[in-house]
Design a protein around this ligand. Structure first.
Ligand code: DC
Length: 215
């Protein structure tokens, strides 16, 4: 399936709603590069933690000196990084340092980019914007499955995950710079009762309806 041009497709939404899964498969089907912008904030947070710095303090220097190796580490998805990433992502200096890197990536050859502010700040003129959501309980179960490879059947553990996710969303949505929110022209998709394949087909249908896909 070929896009009619080098599309920029923004996929935003809260944690564990299915954005990454969708963005990755859309990129693969359309032959576009894929960028997970959450990894940038996670890599900054990882450096802060490794240096014994406080994630509440200004982390701009860590963002400015981010290297490709920092993004390829396999310890960027640990719970302590979830929380620290959300804290460094509140900082205007960190966001400014990462902004041009994201724009440069997209402009090279089009891209599917997932994050929180792609359709509102990074690429407000994106060809297509999706905002992916799911209820906190569903997202907590998905996050648990990603981490441990099976469903969580302990209600106490699941509720703890729900609280962590809700707290992080609240932090991401209430910050002053580039808060988590749908762009006014984003197509909203709630994924509670949809499989990953359902979501992919829905988005491809929208792209086709808008004349953004060739035959
Ligand atoms: O998508 P994720 O869970 O990997 O993102 C990690 C953190 O980074 C999350 O708390 C929100 C923040 N983030 C952001 O503020 N803007 C983005 N474009 C991507 C992620």
């Amino acid at each position: 399936m070929k896009p009619t041009k080098k599309l920029i497709i923004a996929v935003d939404g809260p944690a564990a709603a299915g954005k990454g899964t969708l963005a990755k498969s859309l990129a693969q089907v359309l032959g576009l590069p894929y960028l997970d912008t959450g990894l940038l904030y996670r890599a900054v947070a990882r450096r802060v933690i490794d240096q014994g710095a406080n994630p509440h303090d200004d982390a701009t220097v860590f963002a400015e000196s981010l290297e490709t190796d920092d993004l390829e580490r396999n310890d960027l998805r640990q719970p302590e990084v979830d929380q620290a990433a959300s804290l460094v992502a509140r900082q205007p200096g960190v966001r400014a340092a990462l902004l041009e890197r994201q724009r440069h990536f997209g402009r090279l050859g089009g891209a599917v980019i997932d994050g929180r502010d792609i359709g509102t700040v990074v690429f407000p003129d994106a060809d297509m914007k999706f905002f992916i959501t799911a209820s906190p309980g569903v997202r907590a179960q998905r996050r648990y499955r990603q981490r441990y490879g099976h469903d969580c059947d302990d209600e106490t553990v699941l509720q703890k995950e729900v609280r962590a996710i809700t707290e992080r969303d609240q932090q991401d949505a209430s910050r002053d710079v580039a808060p988590l929110k749908p762009a006014i022209d984003a197509v909203m998709i709630k994924t509670d009762h949809l499989t990953a394949a359902d979501v992919l087909h829905k988005t491809l249908d929208v792209l086709r309806e808008r004349g953004l896909l060739g035959s």
